[in-house]
Design a protein around this ligand. Structure first.
Ligand code: FAD
Ligand code: SIN
Length: 521
């Protein structure tokens, strides 16, 4: 089938939905999402969204905290723009119907997380993301210009390459005409032509064995732009959240929000002793890169698979009412967090890098925007400050929408685009070729390209990945396309980019930490 729209959006998390709502009054909008509409990292966000709302805080403080967390390599202009725009974007979310918790007097109840010098995290109990997703989806369903299509897997963005022209990373005017997408219900590959396309495909946590991100986070948008020869940046900065609940069989790993440390919970070793004083004066509330490395080090020294978060000092009422999801989840596993410590370990959580975009969310490919976790705006630098990502997604969805509304006025659809050619492909009947390769890939990345790296580990990962890459390309070139195979291919591309960019970075900064760079600074 062929479809034609003004605005094509890939992804139905906060970034995709916010953009769609903004552009909808100006043209026909189609949102493609590969699973259920609500499935994505947005739904799992616990802590909240950072913004300066009252005079007790200031833009300057939020800017300074973001720059410090980013370890000196954030884009200062982007940081200033994002943080100053925050209150307006929060008001819009509220207008769309999102509820944030309030104090008795009617002011927003603000939490604090690692790296923040003030209480500035707006939240909805400990399930903020689910509330944001609910509110935005409701607004989308109410809008006549927006069609939201579930179970549609975007395979590749369409460029001049698909018109038979040679495209390299030096081609100056790569243009995006839409996407090819697999309809997961009919198994047909459809052509979507659009005046502008927004990639809002989220993160790539599933490159690693243990991740807090849902199964949809397979780096599809980043991989698509890589294949289309667009510019990608900062992929070595994979953020590991310090405290995922230790429950090895569970995927994704359940998060224990940093807001719990903000409320007074303390990291402890297996003997119940505090240890963060050995690493940073901000103790359990130091930025995430520092805390995750400290936990990793303590675990390796003790030869154990988890440490503890002690939330008992917070008080029973606050724990049960302020963190109801975490309280219930732990209780289900037999841990009463008002009386017992919570077993935790770090897990891959957030990709700071991605598709390089300017302040309008425009990528290096014309008519292609990116927003949310799949993008790299320069806000996070080497390490994202907690709760700045939902904010970044809202701000860049807005900026991209404002630009796209103007752009479609002078853009036409490219009708010469051919349909997808699947001739001669055979059914791959051995799923093990995909499932086992995915496991291998995740183990390589976890063992060699995790929180602490070295030249030798990166080289070894690169060599192992090469074999997996060749085998998978061979399979892809002869097989009928499936979502699983396409995702595997995307994960491999993302792993390759993480390793390549990690190898190229010759200093320890933010989330990139190599023992060789400590020895030979
Ligand atoms: P997502 O919400 O991940 O949505 C991606 C969408 O793209 C999905 O709809 C998916 O189906 C679709 N998609 C992907 N690939 C394709 C494809 N090939 N074809 C079609 N559709 C596709 N950040 C904060 O600021 N505060 C927090 O408190 C916070 N807590 C978090 C807790 C957890 C457990 C996790 C995992 C993350 C948390 N984050 C938090 C990070 C934040 O939630 C994410 O960065 C943010 O929600 C990403 O939004 P997004 O719209 O970019 O992507
Ligand atoms: C958390 O609640 O700890 C996650 C916050 C974030 O990832 O920004």
């Amino acid at each position: 089938m062929r479809y034609e729209v003004d605005f094509l959006v890939i992804g139905s998390g906060i970034a995709g939905l916010s953009f769609a709502l903004k552009v909808a009054p100006y043209g026909k909008v189609c949102i493609l999402t590969k699973g259920d509409a609500s499935e994505g990292s947005t739904k799992y966000a616990q802590g909240g969204i950072a913004a300066v709302m009252y005079d007790t805080d200031s833009f300057d403080k939020h800017i300074a905290d973001t720059l410090v967390a980013g370890d000196g390599i954030c884009d200062r202009e982007v940081v200033e723009m994002t943080i100053r725009e925050a209150p307006e974007r929060i008001q819009e979310l509220v207008q769309y119907g999102v509820n944030f918790d309030k104090e008795q007097g009617g002011k927003f109840d603000l939490h604090r997380e690692g790296g923040h010098s003030e209480f500035r995290i707006l939240h909805h109990k400990d399930n903020t993301g689910a509330e944001i997703e609910r509110g935005l989806l409701q607004a989308i369903h109410d809008h006549p210009n927006i069609e939201l299509k579930e179970n549609q897997f975007a395979i590749d963005i369409i460029t001049q390459h698909h018109l038979g022209q040679r495209v390299t990373k030096h081609t100056p005017d790569i243009d995006c005409y839409g996407v090819y997408a697999l309809n997961c219900k009919t198994n047909e590959i459809d052509t979507y032509l659009a005046k502008v396309t927004l990639l809002a495909t989220g993160g790539m946590g599933n490159v690693y064995t243990t991740t807090t991100t849902p199964i949809i986070s397979t780096g599809d948008g980043v991989a698509m732009v890589h294949r289309a020869r667009g510019v990608l940046k900062d992929l070595e900065f994979m953020q590991f959240h310090p405290t995922s609940l230790y429950n090895p069989a569970e995927k994704p790993a359940f998060l224990i929000t940093e807001a719990m440390r903000g409320a007074g919970a303390i990291l402890k070793d297996r003997n119940g002793k505090e240890f963060m004083q050995k690493y940073d004066s901000r103790l359990s509330l130091a930025p995430r890169d520092i805390v995750a490395r400290a936990i990793d080090n303590e675990m390796k020294q003790a030869g154990v698979e988890y440490l503890y978060l002690d939330a008992r000092g917070i008080g029973k009422n606050e724990l049960i009412n302020g963190f109801p999801t975490i309280y219930a989840k732990c209780l289900e596993l037999g841990i009463n967090i008002t009386k017992e410590m919570i077993p935790v370990r770090p897990a891959a959580h957030y990709q700071c890098g991605g598709i390089k975009v300017d302040k309008r969310g425009q990528s290096s490919i014309h008519h292609l925007y990116a927003a949310g976790e799949c993008s790299c705006t320069g806000l996070h630098g080497g390490n994202r400050l907690a709760s700045n990502s939902l904010l970044e997604a809202a701000v860049y969805a807005h900026n991209a929408a404002m630009d796209a509304i103007e752009k479609i006025k002078t853009t036409s659809l490219c009708h010469q685009v051919p349909d997808w050619n699947a001739e001669g492909m055979v059914l791959n009947e051995e799923m093990v070729l995909i499932t086992q390769t995915k496991k291998e890939l995740q183990e390589i990345m976890t063992n060699y390209v995790g929180i602490v790296r070295s030249d030798l580990r990166l080289r070894r990962a690169f060599d192992r990945l090469n074999l997996i890459f060749r085998e998978t390309e061979e399979l892809y070139n002869r097989s009928v396309l499936t979502e699983e195979l396409s995702e595997l291919r995307n994960l491999i591309a993302c792993a390759y980019l993480i390793i390549k960019q990690a190898m190229a970075r010759r200093e320890n900064v933010g989330l990139h930490y190599s023992i060789d760079l400590v020895k030979n600074p």
